[in-house]
Design a protein around this ligand. Structure first.
Ligand SMILES: Nc1ncnc2c1ncn2[C@@H]1O[C@H](COP(=O)(O)OP(=O)(O)O)[C@@H](O)[C@H]1O
Ligand SMILES: [Mg+2]
Length: 208
């Protein structure tokens, strides 16, 4: 795969872990580990809103089917996608545990100038990192469902930031418009299928 060359500047980094809003905590059903392992979030239920339409009004979406044979390669794919992102963009990252969702987000964060460690949010719903632009990283693994109203409480993560959402199934259509949808699958212990549905600009960045 083609490597993208992206400058990683020195930045003051400031990770903000917004406390999980009480209203969200009380209203959300906790996903039991068993149900979570079983993937009971409802696959593919996040509604996509194409931001670009062709003259005919058709949604201008493409699908790129890539393969990665190492974590580093997955990070490079993410870096190429990140080249096209701007604040306000939302990217969902789906796949079973261990497929490389956080690895993917890490690669995108590095390309966007985030220098601090990028790990799965565990005790909060997300992290907000400061790079060349602000980058939010949400992980909805532990949640059954987030209603549209509850998403209002998460607004700080979305304000003027590029947002990556792991386990987006819990959002069920409550997400803002999604720029790219990434799906990872195990092919072997070190190989992953990386399917990306996105607009043509991102599709071009992932070509070849
Ligand atoms: N091609 C690959 N792409 C991504 N991760 C890989 C790959 N091959 C092996 N791995 C390993 O799989 C694990 C993925 O972990 P992580 O990114 O936290 O997954 P998830 O967030 O989906 O649970 C890491 O230990 C990583 O080193
Ligand atoms: Mg993860």
């Amino acid at each position: 795969m083609r490597d993208s060359v992206l400058a990683l500047g020195a930045h003051d980094v400031d990770r903000q872990a917004f406390p999980h809003p009480a209203v969200v905590a009380s209203a959300l059903g906790r996903r039991s580990p068993a149900r979570a392992r079983a993937g009971c979030g409802g696959r593919g239920s996040v509604q996509l809103h194409a931001r670009r339409r062709s003259r005919s009004g058709r949604r201008d979406r493409v699908v790129r089917k890539l393969e990665s044979s190492s974590p580093e390669e997955t990070e490079r794919v993410a870096a190429r996608l990140a080249e096209r992102l701007v604040p306000g963009d939302v990217v969902t990252v789906s796949g079973e545990l261990g497929t490389g969702k956080t690895t993917f987000v890490r690669g995108a964060c590095r390309a966007l100038g985030v220098t601090e460690p990028v790990t799965s949010p565990t005790f909060t719903i997300g992290h907000r990192y400061r790079g060349e632009v602000d980058v939010s990283h949400l992980d909805l693994y532990r949640f059954e469902r987030v209603s549209p109203e509850e998403w209002g409480d998460l607004e700080p993560y979305f304000r003027e930031a590029i947002v990556f959402v792991e386990w987006p199934e819990a959002a069920r259509g409550a997400l803002p418009p999604v720029r790219a949808r990434v799906r990872l699958r195990h092919l072997s212990p070190s190989e992953r299928a990386v399917d990306v549905e996105a607009d043509a600009a991102i599709g071009d960045a992932l070509r070849g």
